[in-house]
Design a protein around this ligand. Structure first.
Ligand code: SAH
Length: 206
């Protein structure tokens, strides 16, 4: 995975490569999918959601340019794989998920893995999480039609937001840096994420 999926496609940051090499991705998915845990694709998780393809996790993480001192906000905890990656590269991570079932599973897996610097929040993160703002980094792992203005506002000066923008069929992964209060936008790649939405519909008893 590291060589063929990540390095071959230009992921260079050794810290990102090390974290993806070490983190047991199979712990974040259904045991039935263990054989394909490191496959070059997104995989289904509960509530009709997905754990992102390893390359996309690496690309988004690298794009955040973490040095270890940051407070980061993730919108869309899902399996908590991305949150666990961030936990090893940032000082503190806050991650919000709208589905209670995923939130509970995420709480369990991070606890089992001994991750202590991630705070999980159950709720709608489509407007960010103003209570803990500002954040040095914000990563959105579900696609928005346009960049929510509130997210940019919740960034520190010099902060970085990574977000997929577009409709269900056509999205672009963007890095938005806050330079002198203005956005500097870099398009990273075409991508396909589940949509960023509001209230939860997943049955918590499933
Ligand atoms: N980062 C995840 C990927 C999860 S897929 C991982 O590593 O597995 C995107 C997630 O965003 C889904 O779990 C979905 O429920 C969640 N999501 C979508 N809209 C949301 C919103 N408005 N607020 C919080 N979470 C949201």
């Amino acid at each position: 995975m590291i060589r063929d999926q990540l390095m071959a496609r230009g992921i260079r940051d050794p810290r990102v490569l090390d974290v993806l090499a070490e983190l047991p991705r199979e712990r974040f998915i259904d045991p039935d999918l263990e054989a394909v845990a490191y496959a070059d694709r997104a995989l289904p998780i509960d509530c009709g959601q997905t754990i992102s393809q390893p390359y996309i996790v690496a690309l988004m993480t690298e794009a955040l340019r973490l040095t270890g001192n940051e407070r980061a906000l993730e919108i869309g905890t899902g399996s908590a794989y991305q949150a666990a990656v961030l936990s090893r590269l940032a000082r503190e991570v806050v991650s919000i998920e709208r589905h209670e079932k995923l939130f509970r599973q995420a709480t369990r897996v991070l606890n089992d893995l001994g991750v202590t610097n991630v705070r999980l929040v159950l709720g709608d993160g489509s407007h960010g999480l103003a209570a803990g703002a500002p954040y040095d980094r914000i990563i959105v792992t579900a696609a928005a039609d346009t960049m929510p203005e509130e997210l940019f506002e919740q960034l520190t000066a010099g902060g970085i937001l990574v977000i997929p923008v577009g409709d269900r069929d056509s999205q672009i992964l963007r890095r938005i840096e806050k330079i002198d209060g203005r956005p500097r936008i870099t398009d990273l790649t075409a991508c396909r994420f589940v949509p960023l939405v509001g209230a939860s519909t997943c049955d918590t008893n499933q």
